[in-house]
Design a protein around this ligand. Sequence first.
Ligand code: SF4
Ligand code: SF4
Length: 618
Amino acid sequence: MIEKINTFIHRLKELYEKAEEIGREVYYYFFRSQVTMSNSRLNMCSTCPLKYKFYYEDGLKGFPSAPLHFGSVIHKALKEYHLKFDLKGQHGTLDDLIREYEIAWKDVRAEMLDSVSGPPMHRWKVALAEAGCTMEEVEDTMRKFKIIYNTMEDEAIAKKRGLKLLEDYFKDNQANPNRIIAVEKPLTITIKGLDILAYIDRIEKTPEGEIEVVDYKSGQRVQDEETILLGGDNQALIYTMMVEKKWKKRLRNFYYYYLKNGNKVPCNPPKRLKDKIFNELWETAQDIKHRRFEPHQGPLCGWCDYEVICPTWKGNQAPFKGIFRAARERGRMTFSYSKMSCYRNCPYNYKKLYIDKISPKPKNFFAIGHACHETFEEFFTYPYQPSLTQLRKMYENHWHSEGYRDVQEERKFFEDGWKWVSSFYKKYYDGHYLKAAGVELYFQLPIGDDYIIIGYIDRLQKNLDGTYEILDYKTDPKLRTQEELDKDLQLTSYYWAMRQLGIDVKQLSLEFLQFNQRMTTKRTPEDIPVFIDEVNKTIGEMASKEEELKKHPEKADILFPPKVNKYCGGCDHLIGCPMENEIRTTYREKVMNLEEKKGSEDKEEDEKEEKEEEKFEK
Ligand code: SF4
Ligand code: SF4
Protein backbone atom coordinates (compact mmCIF):
# COMPACT_ATOMS: atom_id res chain seq x y z
CA MET A 1 0.00 0.00 0.00
CA ILE A 2 2.77 2.46 1.03
CA GLU A 3 4.62 1.55 -2.15
CA LYS A 4 1.52 2.35 -4.22
CA ILE A 5 1.12 5.72 -2.52
CA ASN A 6 4.79 6.52 -3.16
CA THR A 7 4.47 5.63 -6.85
CA PHE A 8 1.33 7.75 -7.11
CA ILE A 9 3.09 10.74 -5.48
CA HIS A 10 6.07 10.26 -7.75
CA ARG A 11 3.81 10.24 -10.87
CA LEU A 12 2.01 13.33 -9.64
CA LYS A 13 5.35 15.10 -9.18
CA GLU A 14 6.43 14.14 -12.70
CA LEU A 15 3.16 15.42 -14.15
CA TYR A 16 3.51 18.66 -12.24
CA GLU A 17 7.08 19.15 -13.51
CA LYS A 18 5.95 18.46 -17.10
CA ALA A 19 3.03 20.91 -16.80
CA GLU A 20 5.38 23.53 -15.38
CA GLU A 21 7.76 23.08 -18.31
CA ILE A 22 4.93 23.36 -20.87
CA GLY A 23 3.63 26.43 -19.05
CA ARG A 24 7.04 28.06 -19.33
CA GLU A 25 7.27 27.27 -23.07
CA VAL A 26 3.84 28.86 -23.64
CA TYR A 27 4.85 31.86 -21.57
CA TYR A 28 8.08 32.35 -23.50
CA TYR A 29 6.21 31.94 -26.81
CA PHE A 30 3.59 34.62 -26.10
CA PHE A 31 5.82 36.99 -24.16
CA ARG A 32 8.88 37.04 -26.38
CA SER A 33 11.59 39.28 -25.03
CA GLN A 34 12.33 42.15 -27.40
CA VAL A 35 15.79 42.57 -25.93
CA THR A 36 18.69 40.86 -27.66
CA MET A 37 21.04 39.47 -25.05
CA SER A 38 24.74 38.74 -25.22
CA ASN A 39 27.48 37.81 -22.82
CA SER A 40 28.73 41.41 -22.68
CA ARG A 41 25.23 42.74 -21.97
CA LEU A 42 24.74 40.19 -19.22
CA ASN A 43 28.12 40.99 -17.68
CA MET A 44 27.63 44.72 -17.75
CA CYS A 45 24.14 44.41 -16.29
CA SER A 46 25.32 42.19 -13.46
CA THR A 47 28.22 44.56 -12.72
CA CYS A 48 25.87 47.55 -12.58
CA PRO A 49 22.49 47.91 -14.33
CA LEU A 50 22.85 51.70 -14.32
CA LYS A 51 26.15 51.42 -16.15
CA TYR A 52 24.36 49.25 -18.71
CA LYS A 53 21.77 51.97 -19.17
CA PHE A 54 24.39 54.67 -19.73
CA TYR A 55 26.20 52.52 -22.29
CA TYR A 56 23.49 50.69 -24.20
CA GLU A 57 20.35 52.76 -23.69
CA ASP A 58 21.72 56.30 -23.56
CA GLY A 59 24.43 55.66 -26.17
CA LEU A 60 27.24 57.08 -24.02
CA LYS A 61 30.36 55.36 -25.32
CA GLY A 62 33.07 54.54 -22.80
CA PHE A 63 36.48 56.22 -22.87
CA PRO A 64 39.16 54.77 -25.14
CA SER A 65 41.64 52.74 -23.07
CA ALA A 66 44.89 50.86 -23.47
CA PRO A 67 43.50 47.36 -22.58
CA LEU A 68 40.57 47.86 -24.94
CA HIS A 69 42.85 48.99 -27.76
CA PHE A 70 45.31 46.17 -27.18
CA GLY A 71 42.64 43.45 -27.08
CA SER A 72 40.87 44.80 -30.19
CA VAL A 73 44.15 44.99 -32.14
CA ILE A 74 45.03 41.38 -31.37
CA HIS A 75 41.53 40.16 -32.30
CA LYS A 76 41.51 42.18 -35.53
CA ALA A 77 45.00 41.09 -36.60
CA LEU A 78 44.14 37.41 -36.06
CA LYS A 79 40.81 37.76 -37.82
CA GLU A 80 42.32 39.42 -40.93
CA TYR A 81 45.20 36.96 -41.03
CA HIS A 82 42.97 33.87 -40.87
CA LEU A 83 40.47 35.33 -43.37
CA LYS A 84 43.25 35.95 -45.88
CA PHE A 85 45.00 32.64 -45.45
CA ASP A 86 43.53 29.72 -43.48
CA LEU A 87 39.97 30.32 -44.71
CA LYS A 88 41.24 30.35 -48.30
CA GLY A 89 43.17 27.14 -47.75
CA GLN A 90 46.53 28.95 -47.85
CA HIS A 91 49.44 29.19 -45.43
CA GLY A 92 50.45 32.62 -44.20
CA THR A 93 53.87 33.52 -42.80
CA LEU A 94 54.82 35.24 -39.57
CA ASP A 95 55.56 38.37 -41.62
CA ASP A 96 51.99 38.28 -42.94
CA LEU A 97 50.63 38.13 -39.41
CA ILE A 98 52.89 40.98 -38.24
CA ARG A 99 51.78 43.08 -41.21
CA GLU A 100 48.16 42.62 -40.15
CA TYR A 101 49.16 43.57 -36.61
CA GLU A 102 50.79 46.84 -37.73
CA ILE A 103 47.73 47.76 -39.80
CA ALA A 104 45.33 46.84 -36.99
CA TRP A 105 47.31 48.93 -34.49
CA LYS A 106 46.68 52.10 -36.51
CA ASP A 107 43.14 51.21 -37.67
CA VAL A 108 41.83 50.38 -34.21
CA ARG A 109 43.34 53.57 -32.80
CA ALA A 110 41.59 55.66 -35.50
CA GLU A 111 38.28 53.77 -35.06
CA MET A 112 38.34 54.22 -31.29
CA LEU A 113 38.97 57.94 -31.44
CA ASP A 114 36.41 58.37 -34.26
CA SER A 115 33.71 56.48 -32.39
CA VAL A 116 33.68 59.04 -29.59
CA SER A 117 33.56 62.18 -31.69
CA GLY A 118 30.48 63.79 -33.29
CA PRO A 119 27.06 62.69 -31.95
CA PRO A 120 28.47 60.43 -29.17
CA MET A 121 30.50 63.38 -27.88
CA HIS A 122 27.42 65.60 -28.06
CA ARG A 123 25.42 63.06 -26.02
CA TRP A 124 28.14 63.12 -23.40
CA LYS A 125 28.10 66.91 -23.20
CA VAL A 126 24.33 66.84 -22.62
CA ALA A 127 24.67 64.14 -19.94
CA LEU A 128 27.43 66.09 -18.15
CA ALA A 129 25.31 69.24 -18.20
CA GLU A 130 22.23 67.38 -16.91
CA ALA A 131 24.29 65.87 -14.08
CA GLY A 132 25.33 69.40 -13.05
CA CYS A 133 29.06 68.75 -13.61
CA THR A 134 31.54 71.55 -13.09
CA MET A 135 33.56 73.06 -15.95
CA GLU A 136 36.61 71.21 -14.65
CA GLU A 137 34.79 67.85 -14.74
CA VAL A 138 33.58 68.51 -18.29
CA GLU A 139 37.08 69.38 -19.48
CA ASP A 140 38.56 66.37 -17.69
CA THR A 141 36.00 64.07 -19.34
CA MET A 142 36.62 65.54 -22.80
CA ARG A 143 40.35 65.03 -22.32
CA LYS A 144 39.83 61.33 -21.60
CA PHE A 145 38.27 60.82 -25.03
CA LYS A 146 41.58 61.77 -26.65
CA ILE A 147 43.88 59.47 -24.70
CA ILE A 148 44.48 55.75 -25.27
CA TYR A 149 47.95 55.22 -23.81
CA ASN A 150 49.19 57.56 -21.09
CA THR A 151 52.66 57.89 -22.62
CA MET A 152 54.44 56.92 -25.84
CA GLU A 153 56.59 54.62 -23.75
CA ASP A 154 53.49 52.75 -22.47
CA GLU A 155 52.33 52.32 -26.05
CA ALA A 156 55.75 51.02 -27.17
CA ILE A 157 55.79 48.47 -24.30
CA ALA A 158 52.27 47.27 -25.17
CA LYS A 159 53.17 46.97 -28.84
CA LYS A 160 56.24 44.89 -28.06
CA ARG A 161 54.15 42.64 -25.82
CA GLY A 162 51.67 42.12 -28.66
CA LEU A 163 54.45 41.19 -31.09
CA LYS A 164 55.80 38.54 -28.74
CA LEU A 165 52.31 37.20 -28.17
CA LEU A 166 51.65 36.86 -31.91
CA GLU A 167 55.00 35.20 -32.57
CA ASP A 168 54.10 32.51 -30.02
CA TYR A 169 50.61 32.25 -31.45
CA PHE A 170 51.99 31.70 -34.95
CA LYS A 171 54.12 28.76 -33.78
CA ASP A 172 51.18 27.18 -31.92
CA ASN A 173 48.90 27.65 -34.87
CA GLN A 174 51.26 25.81 -37.20
CA ALA A 175 51.03 22.76 -34.94
CA ASN A 176 47.20 22.91 -34.76
CA PRO A 177 45.74 19.75 -36.40
CA ASN A 178 42.25 21.32 -36.68
CA ARG A 179 40.88 23.22 -39.67
CA ILE A 180 39.65 26.76 -39.01
CA ILE A 181 36.17 27.14 -40.54
CA ALA A 182 35.12 30.58 -39.29
CA VAL A 183 36.58 33.60 -37.48
CA GLU A 184 34.81 36.43 -35.62
CA LYS A 185 31.56 34.82 -36.64
CA PRO A 186 28.42 36.69 -35.59
CA LEU A 187 25.91 34.17 -34.36
CA THR A 188 22.31 34.97 -33.42
CA ILE A 189 19.95 32.32 -32.17
CA THR A 190 16.56 32.40 -30.52
CA ILE A 191 15.91 30.16 -27.56
CA LYS A 192 12.40 30.14 -26.12
CA GLY A 193 11.66 33.62 -27.47
CA LEU A 194 14.96 35.15 -26.39
CA ASP A 195 17.39 36.39 -29.06
CA ILE A 196 21.03 35.88 -28.11
CA LEU A 197 23.97 37.30 -30.01
CA ALA A 198 27.64 36.30 -29.91
CA TYR A 199 30.79 36.98 -31.89
CA ILE A 200 32.81 33.80 -31.87
CA ASP A 201 36.55 34.32 -32.26
CA ARG A 202 37.36 31.01 -33.97
CA ILE A 203 35.42 27.89 -34.95
CA GLU A 204 37.39 24.79 -35.94
CA LYS A 205 36.75 21.30 -37.21
CA THR A 206 38.79 18.44 -35.77
CA PRO A 207 40.22 15.75 -38.09
CA GLU A 208 37.28 13.57 -36.87
CA GLY A 209 34.80 16.20 -38.11
CA GLU A 210 33.81 17.51 -34.68
CA ILE A 211 33.38 21.19 -33.85
CA GLU A 212 35.51 23.17 -31.42
CA VAL A 213 35.21 26.82 -30.43
CA VAL A 214 38.08 29.05 -29.38
CA ASP A 215 37.89 32.35 -27.54
CA TYR A 216 41.04 34.49 -27.33
CA LYS A 217 42.06 36.06 -24.05
CA SER A 218 44.66 38.77 -24.50
CA GLY A 219 44.77 40.06 -20.89
CA GLN A 220 47.21 39.27 -18.11
CA ARG A 221 44.96 37.03 -16.02
CA VAL A 222 45.22 33.30 -16.71
CA GLN A 223 42.78 30.79 -15.21
CA ASP A 224 42.38 27.03 -15.20
CA GLU A 225 39.25 25.09 -16.16
CA GLU A 226 38.06 24.45 -12.62
CA THR A 227 38.31 28.13 -11.68
CA ILE A 228 36.55 29.24 -14.84
CA LEU A 229 33.70 26.76 -14.58
CA LEU A 230 33.12 26.73 -10.86
CA GLY A 231 33.51 30.48 -10.73
CA GLY A 232 30.33 30.83 -12.76
CA ASP A 233 31.84 31.88 -16.08
CA ASN A 234 29.00 32.94 -18.36
CA GLN A 235 30.76 33.13 -21.68
CA ALA A 236 31.65 29.44 -21.97
CA LEU A 237 28.10 28.55 -20.97
CA ILE A 238 26.42 30.93 -23.42
CA TYR A 239 28.65 30.10 -26.39
CA THR A 240 28.40 26.35 -25.84
CA MET A 241 24.63 26.55 -25.54
CA MET A 242 24.41 28.64 -28.74
CA VAL A 243 26.76 26.57 -30.87
CA GLU A 244 25.10 23.31 -29.83
CA LYS A 245 21.69 24.74 -30.64
CA LYS A 246 22.89 26.05 -34.02
CA TRP A 247 24.72 22.90 -35.15
CA LYS A 248 22.34 20.56 -33.32
CA LYS A 249 25.20 18.52 -31.98
CA ARG A 250 27.38 18.44 -28.94
CA LEU A 251 30.42 20.65 -29.06
CA ARG A 252 33.64 18.67 -28.70
CA ASN A 253 35.35 21.48 -26.79
CA PHE A 254 35.09 25.13 -25.93
CA TYR A 255 38.53 26.61 -25.30
CA TYR A 256 39.81 29.77 -23.75
CA TYR A 257 43.05 30.52 -25.51
CA TYR A 258 45.28 32.50 -23.12
CA LEU A 259 47.62 34.23 -25.54
CA LYS A 260 49.90 35.34 -22.72
CA ASN A 261 51.21 31.81 -22.19
CA GLY A 262 49.69 29.89 -25.12
CA ASN A 263 47.48 27.74 -22.84
CA LYS A 264 44.29 26.45 -24.41
CA VAL A 265 42.03 25.74 -21.46
CA PRO A 266 39.00 23.54 -22.25
CA CYS A 267 35.71 24.51 -20.64
CA ASN A 268 32.85 22.12 -20.96
CA PRO A 269 30.03 23.16 -18.65
CA PRO A 270 27.59 20.60 -17.22
CA LYS A 271 23.98 20.73 -18.43
CA ARG A 272 22.50 22.05 -15.18
CA LEU A 273 24.63 25.20 -15.51
CA LYS A 274 23.53 25.67 -19.14
CA ASP A 275 19.88 25.66 -18.04
CA LYS A 276 20.71 28.13 -15.32
CA ILE A 277 22.43 30.57 -17.65
CA PHE A 278 19.38 30.69 -19.88
CA ASN A 279 17.24 31.71 -16.91
CA GLU A 280 19.78 34.38 -15.99
CA LEU A 281 19.76 35.77 -19.53
CA TRP A 282 15.99 35.75 -19.59
CA GLU A 283 15.63 37.51 -16.24
CA THR A 284 18.21 40.14 -17.17
CA ALA A 285 16.37 40.73 -20.46
CA GLN A 286 13.17 41.30 -18.46
CA ASP A 287 14.95 43.81 -16.20
CA ILE A 288 16.17 45.66 -19.28
CA LYS A 289 12.77 45.52 -20.95
CA HIS A 290 11.10 46.95 -17.85
CA ARG A 291 13.91 49.48 -17.42
CA ARG A 292 15.01 48.33 -14.00
CA PHE A 293 18.40 50.04 -13.86
CA GLU A 294 19.45 50.15 -10.22
CA PRO A 295 23.04 51.33 -9.54
CA HIS A 296 25.47 48.83 -7.96
CA GLN A 297 28.01 50.89 -6.08
CA GLY A 298 31.33 49.10 -5.58
CA PRO A 299 35.11 49.18 -6.10
CA LEU A 300 34.60 49.28 -9.84
CA CYS A 301 32.96 52.71 -9.54
CA GLY A 302 36.45 54.17 -9.44
CA TRP A 303 37.06 52.65 -12.85
CA CYS A 304 33.62 53.41 -14.22
CA ASP A 305 33.52 55.92 -17.08
CA TYR A 306 30.14 57.13 -15.82
CA GLU A 307 31.19 57.93 -12.28
CA VAL A 308 31.26 61.62 -13.12
CA ILE A 309 27.54 61.64 -14.05
CA CYS A 310 26.41 58.87 -11.68
CA PRO A 311 23.74 60.04 -9.19
CA THR A 312 24.91 57.45 -6.62
CA TRP A 313 28.00 59.50 -5.86
CA LYS A 314 26.03 62.35 -4.41
CA GLY A 315 25.38 63.22 -0.77
CA ASN A 316 27.93 62.37 1.88
CA GLN A 317 30.12 60.24 -0.42
CA ALA A 318 30.48 63.04 -2.98
CA PRO A 319 33.77 64.41 -1.57
CA PHE A 320 35.33 60.98 -2.22
CA LYS A 321 34.03 60.60 -5.76
CA GLY A 322 36.75 59.62 -8.20
CA ILE A 323 39.22 59.01 -5.46
CA PHE A 324 39.87 55.41 -6.42
CA ARG A 325 40.74 56.26 -10.00
CA ALA A 326 42.84 59.24 -8.94
CA ALA A 327 44.56 57.05 -6.39
CA ARG A 328 45.59 54.45 -8.92
CA GLU A 329 46.63 57.08 -11.42
CA ARG A 330 48.86 58.69 -8.81
CA GLY A 331 50.20 55.32 -7.74
CA ARG A 332 48.49 55.44 -4.34
CA MET A 333 47.93 52.02 -2.92
CA THR A 334 44.35 50.83 -2.59
CA PHE A 335 43.46 48.04 -0.24
CA SER A 336 40.65 46.44 1.63
CA TYR A 337 40.90 45.01 5.10
CA SER A 338 40.80 41.49 3.63
CA LYS A 339 43.80 42.24 1.41
CA MET A 340 45.76 43.46 4.41
CA SER A 341 44.65 40.49 6.48
CA CYS A 342 45.69 38.10 3.69
CA TYR A 343 49.19 39.60 3.81
CA ARG A 344 49.34 39.37 7.59
CA ASN A 345 48.26 35.72 7.53
CA CYS A 346 50.71 34.63 4.85
CA PRO A 347 52.79 36.90 2.58
CA TYR A 348 53.43 33.99 0.18
CA ASN A 349 49.70 33.42 -0.35
CA TYR A 350 49.20 37.20 -0.68
CA LYS A 351 51.76 37.35 -3.48
CA LYS A 352 50.08 34.51 -5.38
CA LEU A 353 46.67 36.11 -5.07
CA TYR A 354 47.31 39.82 -5.47
CA ILE A 355 50.62 40.15 -7.31
CA ASP A 356 50.72 37.04 -9.52
CA LYS A 357 46.92 37.40 -9.88
CA ILE A 358 46.20 33.70 -9.61
CA SER A 359 42.44 33.58 -9.21
CA PRO A 360 41.28 31.86 -6.03
CA LYS A 361 39.63 28.52 -6.68
CA PRO A 362 35.91 28.75 -6.07
CA LYS A 363 34.84 26.79 -3.03
CA ASN A 364 31.44 25.76 -1.88
CA PHE A 365 31.70 27.72 1.37
CA PHE A 366 31.94 30.87 -0.77
CA ALA A 367 28.71 29.96 -2.55
CA ILE A 368 26.82 29.25 0.66
CA GLY A 369 28.19 32.46 2.21
CA HIS A 370 27.10 34.52 -0.80
CA ALA A 371 23.60 33.03 -0.70
CA CYS A 372 23.20 33.91 3.02
CA HIS A 373 24.62 37.43 2.56
CA GLU A 374 22.46 38.19 -0.47
CA THR A 375 19.34 36.78 1.19
CA PHE A 376 19.72 39.08 4.19
CA GLU A 377 20.72 41.94 1.91
CA GLU A 378 17.32 41.71 0.25
CA PHE A 379 15.45 40.82 3.47
CA PHE A 380 16.46 44.04 5.24
CA THR A 381 15.29 46.32 2.43
CA TYR A 382 11.57 45.73 3.09
CA PRO A 383 9.61 48.33 5.10
CA TYR A 384 7.84 45.58 7.11
CA GLN A 385 9.10 42.24 8.36
CA PRO A 386 8.92 39.61 5.58
CA SER A 387 7.55 36.22 6.63
CA LEU A 388 9.57 33.01 6.92
CA THR A 389 8.02 31.83 3.63
CA GLN A 390 9.14 35.03 1.91
CA LEU A 391 12.60 34.60 3.41
CA ARG A 392 12.75 31.07 1.98
CA LYS A 393 11.82 32.40 -1.47
CA MET A 394 14.61 35.00 -1.23
CA TYR A 395 17.08 32.30 -0.18
CA GLU A 396 16.10 30.12 -3.13
CA ASN A 397 16.45 33.07 -5.54
CA HIS A 398 19.88 33.97 -4.24
CA TRP A 399 21.22 30.43 -4.24
CA HIS A 400 24.29 29.87 -6.47
CA SER A 401 24.71 26.45 -8.07
CA GLU A 402 28.37 26.97 -8.99
CA GLY A 403 31.17 25.51 -6.89
CA TYR A 404 29.63 22.10 -6.11
CA ARG A 405 30.82 18.74 -7.35
CA ASP A 406 27.31 17.37 -7.96
CA VAL A 407 23.64 17.84 -7.19
CA GLN A 408 23.82 15.86 -3.89
CA GLU A 409 26.59 18.06 -2.53
CA GLU A 410 24.75 21.18 -3.62
CA ARG A 411 21.54 19.98 -1.92
CA LYS A 412 23.39 19.34 1.34
CA PHE A 413 24.90 22.82 1.40
CA PHE A 414 21.58 24.34 0.40
CA GLU A 415 19.88 22.74 3.41
CA ASP A 416 22.73 23.75 5.77
CA GLY A 417 22.49 27.36 4.60
CA TRP A 418 18.72 27.41 5.01
CA LYS A 419 19.08 26.08 8.54
CA TRP A 420 21.45 28.93 9.43
CA VAL A 421 19.30 31.60 7.80
CA SER A 422 15.97 30.42 9.22
CA SER A 423 17.38 29.88 12.74
CA PHE A 424 18.79 33.39 12.78
CA TYR A 425 15.46 34.73 11.60
CA LYS A 426 13.60 32.97 14.41
CA LYS A 427 16.05 33.95 17.15
CA TYR A 428 16.98 37.53 16.27
CA TYR A 429 14.76 39.07 13.60
CA ASP A 430 11.22 37.74 14.09
CA GLY A 431 9.32 40.40 16.01
CA HIS A 432 12.36 42.74 16.21
CA TYR A 433 12.62 43.55 12.51
CA LEU A 434 13.96 46.96 11.50
CA LYS A 435 14.52 47.97 7.89
CA ALA A 436 18.26 48.59 7.42
CA ALA A 437 19.54 52.14 7.01
CA GLY A 438 21.90 50.65 4.42
CA VAL A 439 22.88 47.22 3.09
CA GLU A 440 26.14 46.27 1.38
CA LEU A 441 27.33 49.81 2.01
CA TYR A 442 30.37 50.52 -0.09
CA PHE A 443 33.04 53.01 0.94
CA GLN A 444 36.35 54.17 -0.51
CA LEU A 445 38.25 56.64 1.62
CA PRO A 446 41.74 58.12 1.78
CA ILE A 447 43.76 57.11 4.83
CA GLY A 448 47.03 58.80 5.77
CA ASP A 449 48.90 60.41 2.88
CA ASP A 450 49.42 57.37 0.75
CA TYR A 451 46.57 54.91 0.89
CA ILE A 452 42.96 54.36 -0.06
CA ILE A 453 40.85 51.93 1.89
CA ILE A 454 37.80 50.26 0.38
CA GLY A 455 35.19 48.08 2.00
CA TYR A 456 31.65 46.85 2.21
CA ILE A 457 29.51 46.93 5.33
CA ASP A 458 26.85 44.24 5.36
CA ARG A 459 24.23 46.18 7.27
CA LEU A 460 23.88 49.57 8.93
CA GLN A 461 20.94 49.82 11.25
CA LYS A 462 19.33 52.81 12.90
CA ASN A 463 17.95 51.53 16.20
CA LEU A 464 14.72 52.74 17.77
CA ASP A 465 16.64 55.05 20.14
CA GLY A 466 18.21 56.76 17.09
CA THR A 467 21.69 55.22 17.52
CA TYR A 468 23.49 53.45 14.70
CA GLU A 469 24.76 49.86 14.70
CA ILE A 470 26.87 47.95 12.18
CA LEU A 471 26.12 44.26 11.66
CA ASP A 472 28.30 41.88 9.67
CA TYR A 473 27.36 38.28 8.78
CA LYS A 474 29.96 35.57 9.33
CA THR A 475 29.85 31.97 8.17
CA ASP A 476 33.06 31.11 10.06
CA PRO A 477 33.31 27.61 11.51
CA LYS A 478 34.64 29.07 14.78
CA LEU A 479 33.18 31.57 17.19
CA ARG A 480 35.49 34.37 18.25
CA THR A 481 36.22 35.31 21.82
CA GLN A 482 35.04 38.67 23.15
CA GLU A 483 38.68 39.76 23.34
CA GLU A 484 39.21 38.95 19.66
CA LEU A 485 36.09 40.89 18.78
CA ASP A 486 37.18 43.91 20.83
CA LYS A 487 40.50 44.00 18.98
CA ASP A 488 39.11 43.22 15.52
CA LEU A 489 40.65 45.69 13.06
CA GLN A 490 38.04 45.11 10.38
CA LEU A 491 35.34 46.34 12.74
CA THR A 492 37.50 49.32 13.69
CA SER A 493 37.86 50.11 9.98
CA TYR A 494 34.04 50.15 9.64
CA TYR A 495 33.70 52.38 12.69
CA TRP A 496 36.33 54.74 11.30
CA ALA A 497 34.75 54.76 7.80
CA MET A 498 31.32 55.62 9.14
CA ARG A 499 32.75 58.47 11.22
CA GLN A 500 34.45 59.79 8.09
CA LEU A 501 31.02 59.80 6.45
CA GLY A 502 29.46 61.62 9.38
CA ILE A 503 27.82 58.66 11.15
CA ASP A 504 28.67 57.91 14.78
CA VAL A 505 28.26 54.17 15.32
CA LYS A 506 27.27 53.13 18.85
CA GLN A 507 27.95 49.41 18.55
CA LEU A 508 29.20 46.78 16.12
CA SER A 509 28.02 43.19 15.89
CA LEU A 510 29.08 40.03 14.14
CA GLU A 511 26.31 37.54 13.36
CA PHE A 512 27.78 34.03 13.37
CA LEU A 513 25.27 32.15 11.25
CA GLN A 514 26.62 28.64 11.85
CA PHE A 515 26.27 29.16 15.61
CA ASN A 516 23.04 31.15 15.56
CA GLN A 517 24.79 33.72 17.71
CA ARG A 518 25.32 37.47 17.61
CA MET A 519 28.35 39.01 19.34
CA THR A 520 28.66 42.72 20.02
CA THR A 521 31.48 45.17 20.67
CA LYS A 522 32.06 48.92 20.79
CA ARG A 523 34.68 51.37 19.54
CA THR A 524 35.57 54.90 20.60
CA PRO A 525 37.47 57.69 18.79
CA GLU A 526 40.55 56.66 20.84
CA ASP A 527 40.73 53.40 18.83
CA ILE A 528 41.22 55.26 15.55
CA PRO A 529 44.90 56.30 15.88
CA VAL A 530 45.81 52.67 16.71
CA PHE A 531 44.01 51.52 13.57
CA ILE A 532 45.68 54.17 11.38
CA ASP A 533 49.13 53.27 12.78
CA GLU A 534 48.56 49.60 12.05
CA VAL A 535 47.39 50.38 8.51
CA ASN A 536 50.36 52.63 7.81
CA LYS A 537 52.77 50.04 9.17
CA THR A 538 51.35 47.02 7.33
CA ILE A 539 50.52 48.70 4.05
CA GLY A 540 53.82 50.54 4.07
CA GLU A 541 55.60 47.20 4.39
CA MET A 542 53.48 45.66 1.61
CA ALA A 543 54.12 48.60 -0.71
CA SER A 544 57.88 48.68 -0.16
CA LYS A 545 58.12 44.90 -0.68
CA GLU A 546 56.16 45.15 -3.93
CA GLU A 547 58.54 47.89 -5.11
CA GLU A 548 61.54 45.77 -4.18
CA LEU A 549 60.04 42.80 -6.01
CA LYS A 550 59.76 44.81 -9.22
CA LYS A 551 63.49 45.53 -9.07
CA HIS A 552 64.52 42.08 -7.82
CA PRO A 553 62.05 39.38 -8.89
CA GLU A 554 64.59 36.73 -7.81
CA LYS A 555 64.02 37.77 -4.18
CA ALA A 556 60.32 36.80 -4.26
CA ASP A 557 60.58 34.01 -1.67
CA ILE A 558 62.53 36.20 0.77
CA LEU A 559 60.21 39.19 0.41
CA PHE A 560 57.01 37.16 0.57
CA PRO A 561 57.78 34.07 2.67
CA PRO A 562 55.16 31.44 3.58
CA LYS A 563 53.72 31.73 7.09
CA VAL A 564 51.92 28.75 8.59
CA ASN A 565 48.50 29.79 9.84
CA LYS A 566 45.11 28.31 10.66
CA TYR A 567 43.90 28.55 7.03
CA CYS A 568 46.71 26.43 5.48
CA GLY A 569 44.39 23.38 5.31
CA GLY A 570 42.14 25.07 2.76
CA CYS A 571 44.85 27.11 0.99
CA ASP A 572 44.90 27.00 -2.85
CA HIS A 573 48.70 27.03 -2.78
CA LEU A 574 49.33 24.28 -0.26
CA ILE A 575 50.56 22.01 -3.05
CA GLY A 576 53.92 23.49 -3.98
CA CYS A 577 54.11 25.73 -0.89
CA PRO A 578 57.68 25.76 0.49
CA MET A 579 56.18 24.77 3.89
CA GLU A 580 54.04 21.94 2.48
CA ASN A 581 55.94 19.11 4.16
CA GLU A 582 55.96 20.76 7.58
CA ILE A 583 52.28 21.65 7.25
CA ARG A 584 51.37 18.06 6.41
CA THR A 585 53.49 16.66 9.29
CA THR A 586 54.54 18.95 12.17
CA TYR A 587 51.58 21.36 11.92
CA ARG A 588 49.05 18.82 10.68
CA GLU A 589 46.98 18.80 13.86
CA LYS A 590 46.77 22.59 14.00
CA VAL A 591 45.98 23.40 10.38
CA MET A 592 44.90 20.23 8.58
CA ASN A 593 42.26 19.04 10.99
CA LEU A 594 39.67 21.32 9.47
CA GLU A 595 37.67 20.16 6.49
CA GLU A 596 38.29 22.22 3.42
CA LYS A 597 34.99 24.00 3.78
CA LYS A 598 36.02 25.24 7.15
CA GLY A 599 38.23 28.26 7.44
CA SER A 600 36.09 30.63 5.46
CA GLU A 601 36.78 33.53 7.76
CA ASP A 602 37.37 36.72 5.77
CA LYS A 603 37.48 34.79 2.53
CA GLU A 604 34.09 35.84 1.27
CA GLU A 605 35.30 39.44 1.28
CA ASP A 606 38.52 38.40 -0.49
CA GLU A 607 36.56 36.67 -3.15
CA LYS A 608 34.14 39.53 -3.65
CA GLU A 609 36.99 41.95 -4.20
CA GLU A 610 38.78 39.49 -6.51
CA LYS A 611 35.64 39.01 -8.57
CA GLU A 612 35.23 42.75 -8.97
CA GLU A 613 38.83 43.02 -10.16
CA GLU A 614 38.33 40.15 -12.58
CA LYS A 615 35.27 41.82 -14.08
CA PHE A 616 37.32 44.94 -14.58
CA GLU A 617 40.10 43.03 -16.33
CA LYS A 618 37.66 41.30 -18.63
S1 SF4 B 1 29.73 54.78 -10.85
FE1 SF4 B 1 29.25 52.80 -9.90
S2 SF4 B 1 27.05 52.89 -9.45
FE2 SF4 B 1 27.50 54.52 -10.92
S3 SF4 B 1 27.12 53.64 -12.94
FE3 SF4 B 1 29.27 53.34 -12.52
S4 SF4 B 1 29.43 51.31 -11.58
FE4 SF4 B 1 27.27 51.96 -11.49
S1 SF4 C 1 49.79 26.61 2.69
FE1 SF4 C 1 49.90 28.05 4.41
S2 SF4 C 1 52.01 28.74 4.41
FE2 SF4 C 1 51.65 27.81 2.42
S3 SF4 C 1 51.00 29.48 1.09
FE3 SF4 C 1 49.16 28.60 1.91
S4 SF4 C 1 48.70 29.83 3.72
FE4 SF4 C 1 50.84 30.20 3.21
